[in-house]
Design a protein around this ligand. Structure first.
Ligand SMILES: [Zn+2]
Length: 435
């Protein structure tokens, strides 16, 4: 069957492409984790032509076209390109946020860091301004080789609500439902890929967006056919949003472990993807407790001068509540996964000391800690990311016809998920990335 598909594709390719057209690329002999959740294919062959995967499977059934550029994959492992569902672009990183850092140059630098870590698509959730939309356009028209960018533009919160204490009026803070609807139409005019709402009263210390304003945003977004993704903390808010048509969540329910079976079943049925973003919680103490993590040479290479020193110098005492909520979020992530709720991977990269790319791989470790198997974690980082983006037909798995976004690593990530950082090569849309 695969051979027949391949032959017909070969014929089509032969008709469509002149003899001087792009040479096919063949990755031969690697183990393939295709992102679908299927067990790995050993001694696989992956054929890429142009920007697309033309065939992938066991060596015995995938012929290698004459003249293909060959890569010997012996001892290597291939996964789909990784997808980070929770990023903020344009920050320098470090303990202090500064809105003036948001420039096109810095956005491109952040995206290059994601790519270096094998991330070939990112979802930017709520802090995007014009420069980010310009970068998105450059990526889409092919003038910039960078991870695919899906952006929410500027997200919504309550007047004075989280995270305006950090980012000021970058967060939209409509006073009422009418103001919210008006701002949804601004986002529709910008062709935002999604809409972001923050719903978190920071343990009762910050105002929270009112339910009628949230409902107005969701209704206007539905009319404009734009999915809504929310930062949540409480179960009650997650349930209210689910009832009103939210498409996905950032962070995990952190105020209770009493996740009703009916809610889990509904999230599973509606395929609502959670990006638990556990790493963001852990960062409250991680570098203070394990400062050696900051000695990673890749961090030194991808961060701007002075950032690591500033992080080393920063001291804060995480509250008992923060630690409790982290443990709870870990357990709830495991429960949701077990119940069949799709879990994606998001890092909050670019917010404060949450380093682009690095934090994503830490998140994968935490998903394993939460009880996902390494194979499920790869699916979370690839296929479920594409599901959350509404991009399953285009990316997220290594299957015929999809975009050729690939990560090739040394060693078996199913034995240790940290092997996904041992990156040998990254392919973006059929092209090897210069690293
Ligand atoms: Zn965030």
């Amino acid at each position: 069957m695969r051979t027949l598909c391949w032959l017909s594709l070969l014929l089509l390719a032969g008709c469509a492409e002149p003899p001087t057209g792009p040479t096919a690329k063949a990755i031969i002999g690697a183990s393939l984790i295709d992102g679908t959740g299927a067990p790995p294919i050993e001694d696989a062959v992956i054929i890429v032509a142009g920007s697309r995967i033309r065939a992938a499977g066991p060596r015995a059934v995938v012929p290698i076209p004459a003249g293909a550029e060959k890569l010997d994959g012996t001892g290597l492992w291939v996964t789909p390109g990784l997808i980070d569902l929770h990023v903020h672009l344009g920050a320098k990183a470090g303990p202090r946020f500064d809105a003036s850092e948001y420039t096109r140059e810095r956005i491109e630098r952040n995206l290059a860091a994601y790519l270096a870590y094998g991330i070939t698509a990112v979802r930017s959730v709520g802090t995007e301004r014009e420069a980010g939309f310009a970068v998105r356009q450059a990526i889409r028209d092919g003038s910039l080789a960078a991870p695919a960018l899906f952006t929410a533009g500027r997200g919504f919160t309550a007047p004075g609500g989280h995270p305006s204490q950090e980012i000021g009026d970058i967060a939209r803070q409509p006073a009422d439902a009418a103001g919210a609807r008006q701002q949804v139409s601004e986002l529709a005019a910008q062709r935002a890929d999604l809409i972001k709402i923050w719903i978190d009263d920071l343990g009762g210390t910050a105002p929270k967006i009112r339910p009628e304003v949230t409902e107005a945003i969701l209704a206007a977004a539905r009319e404009a056919n734009i999915p809504v993704v929310a930062h949540i903390h409480s179960l009650a808010d997650a349930l209210h949003l689910t009832r009103n048509g939210a498409a996905g969540f950032l962070h995990m329910v952190r105020d209770t472990e009493d996740l009703p079976g009916a809610a889990l079943a509904e999230w599973k049925e509606k395929q609502i993807v959670f990006a638990p973003t556990l790493v963001r919680q852990e960062l409250a103490w991680l570098f203070q407790e394990q400062p050696a993590l900051l000695d990673d040479p890749v961090l030194a290479a991808t961060l701007e001068p002075g950032v690591l020193d500033a992080v080393r110098a920063a001291k804060s005492e995480p509250s008992a509540r923060a630690r409790e909520e982290f443990a709870r979020a870990i357990r709830n992530t495991g429960r949701a996964a077990k119940a069949g709720v799709p879990i994606g991977a998001g890092s909050d990269g670019g917010s404060a000391i949450d380093f682009p790319g690095w934090a994503f791989h830490r998140e994968l470790e935490l998903l394993v800690q939460a009880g996902l198997s390494p194979l499920e974690t790869v699916t979370a980082a690839t296929r479920n990311g594409a599901l959350a983006l509404g991009q399953l037909a285009e990316r997220g798995t290594v299957e015929t016809g999809k975009r050729a976004d690939l990560v090739i690593v040394r060693g078996n990530p199913l034995e240790d998920i940290r092997r996904l950082r041992a990156i040998e090569r990254v392919m973006l849309g059929g092209q090897w990335v210069e690293r």
